[in-house]
Design a protein around this ligand. Sequence first.
Ligand SMILES: [Zn+2]
Length: 269
Amino acid sequence: MPYTWSAAPVRKMILSVSQPAVRAWMPLGRHLVDVNALIGKPLRLSWPGMAECQSCGGVFSELHAQGFCRRCFFESPLAGASIVRPELSTAHLGKADRDLDFERAYQLQPHTVYLADSGGIKVGVTRTRQQVTRWLDQGATRAKVLAITENRYEAGLIEVALKAHFSDKTDWRKMLAGLEFDAEFAAAVDRALGAIPSELQRFAVADGTEHRATWSLAPGFAAKSVKLSQPGDVLEGVLIGQRGQYLGFADGRALNVRSHEGLFLSLLC
Ligand SMILES: [Zn+2]
């Protein structure tokens, strides 16, 4: 019997380390779709139109970028400069970017700098209490804590220094292809720890927590990205696995759930 989820705003998948593979749930409105249970089945995902801004909750015919309406994209602290570039944080100086109360709460808390293998070895920053979800969102097989700082600004400074040695971006094609750099990872961690500037070494963690994950999407997946960008767009295909925020289909198409955040998607399976 086909099951239908009527159109509701989609949110990024909730991921949890498990065996034999990471478990993924896709929020659609008030429902949580069990993604792993759909692997091997034909799905029909469609965007009839309309979208909900993830900051103000307003409903619009389209969103401006990153799940925000135009106004929130330019005014909400959720889309502020330090979200993408932690080194631009200013709350520790008592200086506002968009909303000092929000930025104090967000930036003035422990942050983790980590190294991850997500189709390439990359450096990243996340709030320490988000430590596990962030690298999973990027589809990593392995991640190691390099430093824990007191605020977002300090973590941003470490990341900037490490960007001279490592990328801070995930190459989604290589990640979905399942490339792994296991053999180089331990040496990369040593190199990264050594590259933390001396004035920030006090935050370095010599033997940081290491995380590992295996994914339901089999290695060798040659991905073609697909986006539901126009009202009425439909994606039909057999789901063969999931990795990071991507759903992989039998014909090679890959849909980044995160880049659809806020769209009212409907799902038939
Ligand atoms: Zn908005």
